[in-house]
Design a protein around this ligand. Structure first.
Ligand SMILES: Nc1nc2c(ncn2[C@H]2C[C@H](O)[C@@H](COP(=O)(O)OP(=O)(O)OP(=O)(O)O)O2)c(=O)[nH]1
Length: 204
């Protein structure tokens, strides 16, 4: 009898947790506290994947390798002009970001690392979603930055929050922009022999 899978989300992201819960999962949250500032890969997508792996590894290193447990680490970055953009540090940086982004297209990369501590197996991949930004005005940028939202999210925008009005369209997975790609996660689970529906919490 296979053990019932137990998913641990190695992320402090409320958006990732909400996305997984709405998809029928109920992960345990153990925040990795990985320092993301000094990590750079050869490309923005590679950096996101490297950080996702570091987050999952950090949590795996702190738990018992109970059979059936899987740990998910994620990291999201916006690629614009070849640069990897995480959360803006200041309101000035958020304002500059939007002045550079408006009317243009970026790519939101989310790295995913799913690890099975009991076996050492892992499945790692990055999903990328093209995002077209509206040509917002300086006044709209000022009002949006003043809400504080851009400072809390990678790429200084949300697609499902106040920033949604400033995203004209996407090509690729919507949830990947929020912070975790559900179809990619389903494939990573399958790579580890875990059926996606086995992760579903029974309806209350
Ligand atoms: N609700 C929402 N959140 C977004 C969106 N785009 C990015 N985010 C959030 C998701 C993550 O919480 C955050 C990306 O930063 P990170 O990947 O470093 O995760 P975070 O620092 O939140 O937690 P973690 O490092 O995983 O413990 O930005 C969006 O469109 N909607």
């Amino acid at each position: 009898m296979l053990p019932v899978p137990h998913l641990i989300l190695a992320s402090a992201s409320p958006a990732r947790l909400t996305t997984l819960r709405r998809a029928g999962l109920n992960p345990e949250v153990i925040v990795s506290d990985v320092d993301e500032t000094a990590v750079f890969g050869p490309t923005p997508a590679a950096t996101a994947e490297l950080l996702a792996t570091m987050k999952a590894e950090a949590v795996v290193g702190r738990i018992e390798p109970v059979p059936g447990t899987v740990v998910l680490g994620c990291d999201s970055l916006l690629e614009l002009d070849g640069q990897a953009l995480g959360k803006p540090e200041t309101t000035e940086a958020a304002t500059e970001r939007w002045r550079a982004m408006r009317g243009r297209t970026g790519v939101l990369h989310t790295g995913h690392c799913l690890m099975e501590p009991a076996t050492g197996r892992r499945a790692v991949a990055t999903a990328s979603t093209t995002v077209r930004f509206a040509d917002v005005t300086d006044a709209e940028i000022g009002a949006y930055v003043a809400t504080g939202e851009p400072l809390r999210v990678a790429g200084a925008f949300t697609i499902d929050g106040r920033g949604g009005a400033f995203v004209e369209g996407i090509e690729g997975d919507h949830h990947n922009v929020v912070g975790v790609s559900l179809p990619l996660l389903r494939r990573l689970c399958a790579a580890l022999g875990i059926a996606w529906t086995a992760l579903w919490e029974l309806p209350a």
